[in-house]
Write a protein that binds this ligand. Structure first.
Ligand code: SF4
Length: 341
């Protein structure tokens, strides 16, 4: 049965780990076979590090007139994808900054070129919702118009990244130029209505309160009730090194408990994903707490600049969930039915 925010708060404050694991697995079992998990090998391609949003938790960006800014060429992007394919991966996620020098044509030309070169052999997440909002705003397009431009360039997915904690107050404290929560969901609705696919994400471990975490989960569940457009929910943890905000990393157990609470609360989202990128070996323990899916990333400059460690021994990593009793199976990114031809 669905739980309320008050019940979620009580579970967080009072439930033992065993109780959370048991409740989370009741929900997990509705969607997935027990002791089975899926994974993807992927690469995040940071196509530019120039950004005007100035989020205080980010160690990645440079401002437009500072030294060290870059924009990847098409050849750079292809080389990175080719290397991913050599690793056995088939999923790319494009993620960069709010770069005012990049017009929407840069994105559409790049994505069309990637689709033309790789067809459906390689799938890609083109941008996060946050970048999409910036792109539409800069181009003077409605979200629906911008979504149509991307879709017509061969894009199938725009992920729910850039959400961090979806409360207006959190954004005012840490990312006041990253648009509002309202903008975020309006844009994501346009992505769903355009026929493309999307996902939900969350980042914990800043200074957010329990009520803010619960508000994020409530907004996500409500959006899914209204649209049915969220394929998965991925939560990762804040890396504080080299950021203006600073702080410390949360303990793995807090992350696992949050994964369990998310699995219980988000009873309408099929996949709960655990973050190897930010939790490394500890991410696999979250499978016991209700997660069913994970990425093995080979690069992400954004989190690596803030202290993330990437392990390229993929077989060594896969041995960990196997040692916990899980059968693991490779999962290919789905192509939206409406766009299939
Ligand atoms: S988190 Fe993203 S939007 Fe914020 S400053 Fe960094 S690159 Fe820019």
């Amino acid at each position: 049965m669905r739980i309320s925010v008050d019940e979620a708060r009580a579970l967080w404050n009072e439930a033992s780990d065993e109780e959370l694991i048991g409740r989370a697995n009741e929900v997990r079992d509705r969607f997935h076979a027990p002791k089975r998990a899926t994974y993807m090998v992927m690469r995040i391609i940071n196509y530019t590090n120039v950004c005007v949003a100035q989020c205080d938790y980010c160690a990645f960006y440079v401002l437009p007139n500072q030294d060290g800014g870059y924009i990847l060429s098409r050849e750079d992007v292809f080389a990175k994808i080719d290397e991913l394919v050599e690793f056995g991966g088939d999923l790319v996620a494009f993620n960069g900054g709010f770069n005012p020098r990049l017009p929407i044509d840069y994105y559409c030309d790049l994505f069309a070129a990637v689709r033309e070169r790789y067809g459906n052999r390689v799938e890609f997440y083109a941008l996060t919702i946050a970048e999409f909002v910036f792109l539409a705003d800069r181009a003077g397009l409605t979200y629906a118009e911008a979504a149509a431009r991307l879709r017509d360039a061969g894009v199938h997915w725009v992920t729910g990244g850039g959400s961090e904690i979806l409360t207006e107050d959190f954004r005012k404290r840490h990312a006041k130029w990253k648009y509002t929560v309202r903008d975020y969901f309006e844009a994501q609705r346009a992505i769903v209505e355009s026929g493309m696919k999307t996902t939900a994400t969350m980042v914990i471990g800043f200074d957010e309160t329990l009520d803010e975490r619960l508000e994020h989960l409530q907004r996500t569940r409500d959006f899914q009730d209204e649209t049915g457009g969220l394929f998965s929910f991925l939560c990762w943890t804040y890396k504080p090194y080299g950021t203006a905000f600073g702080g410390r990393e949360i303990a793995p157990r807090e992350y696992w408990r949050h994964i369990a609470l998310s699995r219980i609360f988000l009873d309408n989202i099929p996949h709960i994903r655990t973050s190897v990128l930010t939790q490394n070996e500890g991410a696999f323990r979250a499978l016991d707490y209700g997660a069913d899916d994970f990425d093995l990333p080979i690069e992400d400059e954004v989190t690596q600049k803030a202290g993330a460690r990437i392990d390229l021994d993929l077989e060594g990593l896969l041995a960990i969930p196997r040692s916990l009793g899980y059968e693991v199976e490779y999962r290919r990114a789905e192509r939206p039915a409406v766009l299939a031809s």
